[in-house]
Design a protein around this ligand. Structure first.
Ligand SMILES: [Fe+2]
Length: 320
């Protein structure tokens, strides 16, 4: 096991370039460097203001004076297990009833109590494979050691094939640690799962929201014609391209379903350029079935209102 503090030193950038594409890796590293620069207050405008008065602290302060912080944290730790039936008519019969577990947006270091709750809740779920749709870390420019340690605790509790993509809060250097812990990170890549001689493909792309280093066509390229491909993409904002490329199912997170919502789950903040119906739960666009997780954790502030966190189990079926 590689210690998290040493993960960056183990990163083989040439190998990563062959996996995700040289130009996209270069783009990612440049953007990561920009984030670090802002962290030391070399940014402009709002980022400078954010450096002086962190917005998350302001929201937490407001929740405290309103007497809502405790309720918000209780809601944040109340992780629900949701089942979502997905109909994929062209899927091989061998995968009928296949149970695909999804975790998303854990942002582990925000509140370390979350991981123990998730580990406990996982004991109550049966599933055949696990996918994670990004954002393992909270404070983008800060040290990633704590979130890596917590992910190292969580991953051994996940069963079956364990596949993941990175989110807009994740640096590329954590790939080596996550993979050493037993999670296969898909960097515009695909892996197949076999069952009774049939195959199902899980394709995963790098973050499209901030880094813009996704390549849906490259991720799908190993899939032979006629075989079923499921896309993992941190944000649902690539849904049109996913439908055009013939993906059968797209699993995303990033939106947190709004995290702090009006009664009925109406999100106050919409952080992805998608129609509102794609912000949370199941959706359909043409032949593409989709699901946007409300997130298993939370970002910025350990609080949720009218938007419970979730562990999702997608049950794959060929017909309703
Ligand atoms: Fe997130």
């Amino acid at each position: 096991m590689i210690h998290p503090s040493e993960a960056a030193g183990y990163t083989d950038y040439q190998h990563l370039a062959t996996r995700m594409g040289h130009d996209l890796l270069e783009r990612r590293i440049l953007k990561q460097a920009g984030l670090w620069a802002r962290e030391v207050h070399q940014g402009r405008g709002l980022f400078k203001l954010e450096g002086l008065v962190p917005m998350d602290d302001v929201i937490l302060f407001l929740l405290k004076i309103a007497g809502l912080a405790e309720t918000g944290r209780k809601n944040f730790l109340d992780v629900r297990i949701l089942e979502n039936a997905v109909f994929l008519p062209a899927m091989p019969a061998a995968f009928e009833g296949f149970r695909l577990l999804q975790l998303s947006d854990l942002h582990c270091d925000l509140d370390p109590a979350l991981i123990d709750v998730v580990i406990q809740r996982l004991q109550e779920v049966t599933y055949d494979a696990a996918v994670l749709t990004g954002d393992y870390h909270n404070e983008i420019g800060g040290a990633h050691d704590r979130s890596l340690e917590l992910m190292g605790r969580l991953v051994p509790h996940l069963k079956g094939p364990r596949l993941a993509v990175l989110g807009n809060h994740d640096f590329i250097e954590k790939v080596v640690f996550l993979e050493a812990a037993g999670l296969k990170v898909l960097l515009n890549e695909a892996e197949s799962i076999e069952r009774n001689g049939a195959r199902l493909w899980i394709c995963g792309v790098d973050d499209p929201h901030f880094f813009g280093t996704h390549d849906l066509a490259k991720a799908r390229s190993p899939v032979p014609p006629g075989e079923t491909a499921i896309l993992l993409c941190h944000s649902p904002e690539t849904f049109r391209q996913a439908a055009e490329l013939g993906y059968a199912l797209m699993l995303s997170g990033h939106t947190h379903g709004g995290q702090i919502c009006f009664p009925g789950g109406f999100a106050l903040v919409k952080n992805a350029p998608v129609p509102r119906r794609l912000l949370a739960g199941s959706w359909q666009v043409g032949g593409l079935a989709g699901y946007t997780s409300r997130g298993t954790g939370a970002c910025g502030v350990p609080a949720r209102f009218f938007c419970p966190p979730e562990i999702t189990v997608h049950i794959l079926k060929r017909s309703p």
